[in-house]
Design a protein around this ligand. Structure first.
Ligand SMILES: [Fe+2]
Length: 235
């Protein structure tokens, strides 16, 4: 299967994952960069299918910039570093204390490095020291790329186990965009609200996240309105 394409220069791919005994899918988002190479957000397992797709896309032979955007999304990163020698690893500020063994090149902050500053902006979401998630805006496709900040499980979401469906209903995460349990449970509401207000001032009309259905503007509202609704408890 080819990587599904969202717009010019942006693709995604999913693989199954298990967390706390729950079965669901996790999504990697790839952006082809003006300066060459690819931005690889929250990598999935490096399978032959992924290798083949990277070969097809990587005609300009630039490096892979591998992103571990929060404290939890790191488990599939290392094989890429081993297999693609030019690749570089960028991590959330929360990751070094959680994975002291992981050798990385840079800690992400609010300023994009030269490698992708022509294509993407980035913002640390404040108020959640546990995840310290960094989100990205791909300017040309007006796509906000997030990890666990928003999840969106519905009947259309592939690969959900029965327990995941029950869990999502229990946490009022079923059928609508919602904060992950980590964002719901471990956040400082004032700091988080400030960060979200900043995000809501950005120009995007699509949200691609690690878990669940990609959000496009719909009859239910614009992508910005859906974020506001997901975090309505903060206002
Ligand atoms: Fe996640």
């Amino acid at each position: 299967m080819s990587f599904p394409q969202l717009a010019d220069n942006i693709w995604y791919f999913e693989c199954p994952v298990r967390f706390w005994g729950l079965r669901f899918q996790t999504r990697m988002t790839l952006v082809r960069l003006c300066n060459g190479g690819f931005f690889v957000h929250s990598p999935v397992a490096l399978t032959d299918e992924v290798r083949m797709n990277l070969r097809i896309l990587e005609y300009n032979n630039g490096p892979l910039h591998i992103i571990c955007p929060n404290a939890l999304h790191h488990i599939f990163a290392e094989p890429y570093l081993l297999e693609y020698p030019d690749s570089r690893l960028y991590v959330s500020p929360a990751l070094p204390r959680r994975r002291a063994d992981l050798k990385f090149d840079e800690i992400l902050n609010d300023s994009p490095p030269d490698a992708w500053s022509h294509d993407l902006d980035q913002y640390i979401i404040r108020g959640n020291d546990y995840l310290q998630e960094v989100v990205f805006l791909h300017r040309s496709s007006r796509t906000l790329i997030v990890t666990d900040f928003i999840e969106h499980f519905t009947e259309n979401s592939p690969g959900l186990g029965l327990a995941t469906r029950l869990f999502a209903r229990l946490f009022r995460m079923w059928g609508r965009p919602a904060p992950s349990p980590e964002f719901r449970l471990y956040s400082n509401p004032d700091q988080l609200r400030e960060s979200i207000e900043l995000l809501l001032s950005l120009d995007f009309n699509r949200i691609v996240m690690a878990h669940g259905d990609i959000i496009e503007a719909s009859i239910h509202g614009t992508a910005r309105e859906l974020i506001r609704e997901a975090y309505a408890h903060l206002w």
